[in-house]
Write a new protein. Sequence first.
Length: 337
Amino acid sequence: MDQKSAEYISQKILEDNGAKVADKAKIILLEDPGLKELHEPLEFISKNWRDITPALMSLSCEAVGGKPEETHDAALAMCLMNLSFTIWDDIVDNAKSKTFKPTVFGKFGQDITIITGGIASSKAFTILNEAKIEKSKRVKINKQIWKLWTKMATEEATTIKIRAKGTMSSKEKFSKIKSEAIDLGTCLKIGAIIGNGSNSEIRHLERYGQYLSIILALRQDFQVSANLTLELSEKIRNNRLPFCILWAIEHSSQLDIELKTLKQKEIIDYSSMKKFIKHFLDTGILSHISEKINKYKKMADVELDRLTSTSANQSLKAFVGVQSSLFLESFSADSTM
């Protein structure tokens, strides 16, 4: 599968199943007249953020025989919760830029970011409270959302404690990635609950969401580590190292030495970074991440194979299936730096 076809399949699945809600999530806060003082950051968000949650929740609901449109309110709420997690996480990580663009934190500062995240989460709970969902489902959904919030909060608190003692190990970092996979797991689970899925179906779709989340996190982590998003120097200065870098320095004493040298530089120059990335790739990290992605892709497929075969099921399988191609084909040696 070539890069164009992999991207086409991925985007088509997201657009066909969640475009309407994803687009609404981008502007729902911006269009609120009561938030005019936050117009600038909300406009920035509307132009630079889009969530995949609506499509996945819709497909999860449909995969168990439900009506996808019944997930729209819950999906909109989950989009806004994810926005809160994302922009608050940037404060914790001191991340002022991502994928060639400033973050809300980097552009507007900590105070506005905290306020914006609070407004987004408040709106999410308002939407859920007003959603037309039968009582038994609402109780289950509320329980899952509380579990999600407590897990995410606990993970961030744990990360802060570990960082206070020094750099995280690759094992600790990967544990964080797996724990935070509860986000997509919860989204798929809620979609299946709304679709009246059986306990078994709900469990399989939750696990699929968790495995998909790990794959997406590994893809992004590698892109940052190989400096494809030009964020690496900031990560090094802030001692917020990605999993791939942590794994690589644990497998190369020379790379560890180079990293310590880079940390001492006031400005990390182009040649030093290029040398570091070359030695980073020499550790075999590309193969290591490819193997992990393929492992979790197979695990996700197993969960879907335990469900009745439907077009929605096949779309979920296709979406996770293209992730390996997108990972490998988006990277080439001359694309670094």
